[in-house]
Design a protein around this ligand. Sequence first.
Ligand code: DEZ
Length: 391
Amino acid sequence: MTSPHLKIVADAHIWGVENAFSRLPGYEVELCCVESRAINRQLLMDADILLTRSSTRVDAALLDGSRVRFAATATIGDDHYDKHWLDQQGIGWANAAGSSTGSVIEYMTTLLLELHVQNMISIPDTTIGIIGAGRIGARLASLCQKLGMKVMVNDPPRQRAEGNHSFYELNELLEQADLITLHTPLIRHGQDCTHHLIGKTELEQFNGRGIINAARGSCIDNQALLHWLDGDSTRFAALDCWEYEPTPMQALLAHPGMVIATPHIAGHSLDGKAANTAFAYLALCRFLNIEPTWQMAHDLPEAQNIKVIIPSGEPWFTLHTAATALYPLADDHATMKSWLDLTDDELPNAFSGYRRHYPVRRAWQQAPVHFSSGICAETRHLTHVIGLKTV
Ligand SMILES: O=C(O)[C@H](O)[C@H](O)COP(=O)(O)O
């Protein structure tokens, strides 16, 4: 008996896509990997499965009339999927929520340490307002508490569902936090709309100095953010996500208050991208009701020890040195700031190209740290808190 034919159209930039999806038990797979801009109605007419990253809008305009019965995005965010329409059509869909959480937490940890060593904040004296307490926001809240920060969490849907009093209203965060950071999904309509969640009104209310966005660009009105930065030279922003990606606002990128600018790579550690793929793969196996055979770990390089020369006995500086040995955040920032001279046509290519060919960055558990000399008990404790593996 011949196996049924299964045509899969996939974004070629899904990490490990060929190894993961070209063999599925019980099917004769035709895997068609293309650039995201080549994913169109015509290509999908006779496809059964669609696998995307965030740059493909999956909706009626793309899929109506096609044979596609399941679509998965190898990303945490799924705002590019018209989930209501997919449900109405009986087309299965999945996101990779939870997959690259660790990578985003490592980005956030490195960023907080970077802000500390640059004297923008003092970690233990900072009140951080976390907006959005899903997998990432909740894990970040717990980490920040362990680092001695005062943590205020805002998450209206969770507050309604859980009815407890550990959540703060957005205006309370804006009034009391020194630093706010966004970790919400992008929701364009309704009660929990997060599009321009932070706009002119909210920024006028905000008494703190710093804003971080590692959620989706348009959760913050970038024009309003630019005005806010203009209003006081002690204010600063760290953006990983930009409104109008892949064409971030040049004036915002150029602003001296834009202290850490990165091109939407918080989740892009190698292990984060591999986990994105693994989540999409497992979702497809569940949909097809088949046993998974591909194992992500077999395709990842082995862990490598990283030697860290300790600069001084000061714990936060030691942690910063170790964190940036694993993840040189300043390199991403310097690269993005170097795009200031690019034309409007060149900037989106630089932004997307850097993300596509992003330098390899390993998860901290895959890159054990070997300190050049002994570290004090407090530093040792903090290395564990931030998730470093020491040898
Ligand atoms: O939603 C996510 O997983 C992240 O924002 C991810 O970094 C998106 O990556 P992209 O598909 O844009 O490469």
